[in-house]
Design a protein around this ligand. Structure first.
Ligand SMILES: [Fe+2]
Length: 349
């Protein structure tokens, strides 16, 4: 790092950690790691022990133009991926514990020495949560860290730690290090931004039309639109395949009003003879894909017996006689019980 001059002193860093808007923490590394959150009062720094603590200040580049210059060294990566410069000042034995970060980080040793231990590969989500964590209310630390690589960083040395790699650094004497963090946006956020933009191009009052629809073969059947009737989507998006019908069916049958919020009816078995009557406010439809899906009250049920479902849904009222040959199918029977429980249908016996 040619012409590098340390842009901030430990005292200035301590001063910054006393500011209201600055995010800072002190980690005490005794038997267990404890954390004190900033902002701090100046007096704390005269009371700190000689060893085993680390002052960590995040986003120092937001407050110090000199520290912001440090980002220039990382111009080989696109700036939109850069997050912030976090600086840590540590006394001998100071550590924040064994942990992992979900972003790329370049740790630059600026003053003094620090020993870094790393694992050899990234941990999965399962390997970095639950039982893998220490019981520590202050900070998420790994309880089963394995030191597989080891480096001692001296001024000017840079250690790159990829996302998910567990790491553990301990200060040897006093030391100062800068971490340039890189972050990736979540895929969910990226897509949601894109879809928001697409949705904003569609007028709110534009309604679906299907002038070329053919006569319904079953009153509650939901079918994929014919090609001619596919809505025009902006943004060059192709219309989704049949799996679209599952969330669409749930959407169409969301309860608007009615008995849905009433307490569930308790029923475990159907009587010998009965009639089931669909309630006026019940919105129900079904579709035949790999299995038969029935949508009711915004939820979907997956059933294997298409004929049973279609017989049942043919009319608003259906008797046990009409359903007799399907009632030995437990899946179908549980489905009927569920409809009674949730007030979608009324049972008369
Ligand atoms: Fe880290």
């Amino acid at each position: 790092m040619p012409n590098f001059e340390v842009p901030i002193s430990p005292d200035e860093l301590a001063g910054l950690s006393c500011e209201e808007e600055v995010y800072s923490r002190i980690y005490f590394s005794n038997e267990k790691i404890t954390v004190k959150e900033g902002p701090f009062s100046e007096s704390i720094f005269s009371e700190l022990p000689e060893k085993n603590w680390t002052l960590l200040v995040q986003e120092v580049d937001h407050w110090s133009p000199q520290v912001a210059q440090f980002r220039e060294y990382f111009k080989f990566l696109p700036s939109w991926r850069m997050d912030d410069v976090t600086i840590s000042y540590a006394t001998d034995g100071g550590t924040v514990g064994a942990h992992l970060d979900l972003y790329d980080v370049f740790i630059t040793q600026v003053e003094g020495k620090r020993i870094w231990k790393l694992e050899n590969k990234a941990r999965s989500r399962e390997e970095s949560t639950g039982d893998n964590l220490e019981d520590n209310p202050d900070v998420k630390l790994l309880n089963n860290f394995k030191a597989e690589q080891e480096y001692i960083l001296e001024p000017g040395d840079i250690l790159y730690i990829p996302p998910g790699y567990a790491h553990y650094g301990v200060s040897i004497g006093e030391s100062l290090s800068f971490s340039m963090g890189f972050r990736a946006p979540s895929v969910r956020d990226m897509l949601s931004t894109y879809f928001d933009q697409i949705l904003s191009q569609i007028p709110e009052d534009e309604l679906f039309q299907d002038p070329k629809r053919t006569q319904a073969s079953h009153p509650t059947e939901l079918r994929m639109f014919s090609k001619e009737n596919l809505p025009q989507w902006p943004g060059g998006l192709g219309f989704p395949d049949e799996s679209f019908l599952i969330p669409f069916g749930e959407f169409l049958t969301r309860p608007l009003r009615g008995f849905w919020l009433d307490e569930e009816i308790e029923i475990k078995e159907l009587p010998e003879e009965f009639t089931l009557i669909r309630n006026g406010s019940t919105r129900i439809c079904h579709t035949n894909l790999d299995k038969t899906y029935v949508f009711v009250g915004g939820k979907s049920f997956t059933l294997s017996n298409k004929e049973a479902v279609e017989t049942f849904l043919q009319s608003l009222e259906v008797s046990s006689d009409q359903l007799q040959k399907y009632l030995s199918d437990n899946e179908f029977k549980q489905f009927l019980l569920e409809l009674i429980k949730t007030h979608a249908y009324t049972l008369e016996s």
